[in-house]
Design a protein around this ligand. Structure first.
Ligand SMILES: Cc1cc2nc3c(=O)[nH]c(=O)nc-3n(C[C@H](O)[C@H](O)[C@H](O)COP(=O)(O)OP(=O)(O)OC[C@H]3O[C@@H](n4cnc5c(N)ncnc54)[C@H](O)[C@@H]3O)c2cc1C
Length: 412
């Protein structure tokens, strides 16, 4: 049967699929291959993971979760899913700083594209080390502080296969999540920073039409021993009377618990529950990360494009991502606001409106999400360290073993 990505809009064109059961086997596969790409859980919406040659998945590697309380780190297989890692961390009294909207994705795959939640640096910022299988099949251990490290974490699969990832951890904590409905756009324009800072992780869901943001999801970390107080009002938005799903018409049973009920971090930080389909399941996605200082201008630009965007949209989400120093991160060098779009599965029509969105957001300094649909990007203009990244790729992979059409398209 044909192998496709989660959304079903990419059919992988590989000749062979490998599923090694040990790192030694993975090293031999990489050494013997002329061209190879790693595939995580396939949740990206473009051809970033695709290849016409060898594809390798790490889901058969032992899913070890090795916690080191002294260094406050955990070492996991690159193919481990965040949800599985999170459950084990919590069981042993530990936590990560944040999670994406879904726990289903692999750690190495998520980190490679700069995947993020809201209200903190992206997930890759918690990476303290990588064990990378390089083109010759050798295992290269890169640790935070090494010269090449900031170029190797968000690396689009271009430097090798990440066999193991070391992540920063902290003691486990509880989170309360509540949702408010109908936040007037005037309140967003006037009080955006206060709304975003009113909780640890905030998401605004909108379809860009109408006078108000449809839903505001707020996730608050609880100080042990305190109780969570729900807000009666959020700048004119009212508390949701019961659980909601961000997408109209979908059962909120798929979503993490709301109504301010406290619970473990990993059962509140994602919007969607591990055992259920995340989001709609029948959709496409795009996202542009705009410098936070241009957030209001980006929102105005998107509202002015509502006539093009809203008819193709399921929902749009605004989130914030704090700055980091990872060369290809969407938040390299400054804080960002993510303008995310969950599209109806109408790819041709969606691709036809992306140039208009990019014409509006790129002049504001936007960078596209590496794992979602975009029309075009000039990486050297968007990422200050792009040339350094290209040099790193040439040094670690001189024959282009980890190249593919997606990367070739970026390099022009
Ligand atoms: C329903 C849904 C919700 C989403 N929500 C969010 C969200 O909240 N925030 C966000 O930022 N993104 C979100 N995304 C996008 C998603 O997080 C990214 O596309 C992420 O990269 C997917 O991880 P994956 O394991 O599926 O990686 P894949 O899509 O399989 O691969 C992505 C890239 O990583 C590389 N890669 C994978 N494994 C390895 C490895 N072991 N070594 C080296 N390279 C590797 C691949 O070659 C490819 O270049 C969402 C996607 C979906 C479908």
């Amino acid at each position: 049967m044909a192998l496709t990505n989660w959304a079903g809009n990419v059919d992988f064109r590989h000749e062979r699929l490998h599923r090694p059961s040990s790192v030694e086997e993975l090293r031999a596969i990489v050494a013997d291959s002329a061209q190879i790409r790693a595939l995580g859980t396939g949740h990206s919406f473009n051809r970033i993971a695709d290849t016409r040659h060898d594809l390798v998945r790490l889901d058969a590697l032992p899913a070890a979760v090795e916690i080191d309380p002294d260094t406050r780190t955990v070492t996991v297989s690159g193919g481990a899913r965040y949800g599985t890692v999170a459950e084990e961390l919590h069981r042993q009294g530990w936590a990560l700083h944040n999670l994406a909207s879904l726990p289903h994705i692999s750690v190495a795959g998520a980190v490679s594209t700069g995947t993020h939640g809201s209200g903190s640096p992206n997930l890759a910022a918690a990476v303290a080390g990588l064990d990378l299988v390089t083109a010759d099949g050798e295992l290269l251990a890169l640790r935070r502080g090494d010269d090449d490290f900031p170029g190797a974490v968000v690396a689009l699969g271009a430097l090798g296969v990440v066999a193991r990832v070391v992540l920063d951890i902290e003691p486990t904590y509880d989170v309360a999540q509540e949702v408010h409905l109908d936040l007037p756009w005037e309140a967003v324009a006037t009080h955006l920073d206060t709304i975003i800072e009113s909780a640890d992780s905030v998401s605004l869901f909108t379809d860009w039409a109408g006078a108000a943001v449809n839903q505001v999801w707020r996730k608050t970390r609880l100080v042990p021993g305190t109780t969570y107080r729900r807000r009666d009002d959020l700048f004119g938005a009212r508390p949701a009377p019961g659980p909601v799903h961000p997408l109209p018409g979908i059962d909120p049973v798929n979503c993490t618990e709301q109504l301010g009920v406290p619970g473990p971090w990993h059962e509140r930080l994602p919007h969607f529950r591990l055992a259920f389909t995340p989001s709609n399941g029948d959709e496409l996605q795009s996202e542009y990360l705009v410098p936070r200082r241009n957030a209001v201008a980006a929102i105005e630009a998107m509202r002015s494009l509502s006539h093009l965007v809203t008819p193709l949209l399921q929902v749009s989400e605004l989130r914030t991502v704090s700055a980091d120093d990872l060369w290809l991160s969407s938040a390299y060098g400054d804080d960002r606001i993510g303008v995310h779009l969950t599209w109806q599965p109408r790819q041709r029509e969606v691709e036809a409106v992306l140039p208009a969105i990019e014409a509006a957001l790129y002049p504001l300094g936007a960078r596209p999400h590496w794992g979602k649909l975009f029309h075009a990007v000039d990486p050297a203009a968007s990422w200050q360290r792009w040339t350094d990244f290209r040099q790193l790729v040439r040094r670690l992979d001189p024959s282009g073993k980890f190249g593919n059409d997606f990367l070739a398209g970026l390099s022009g």
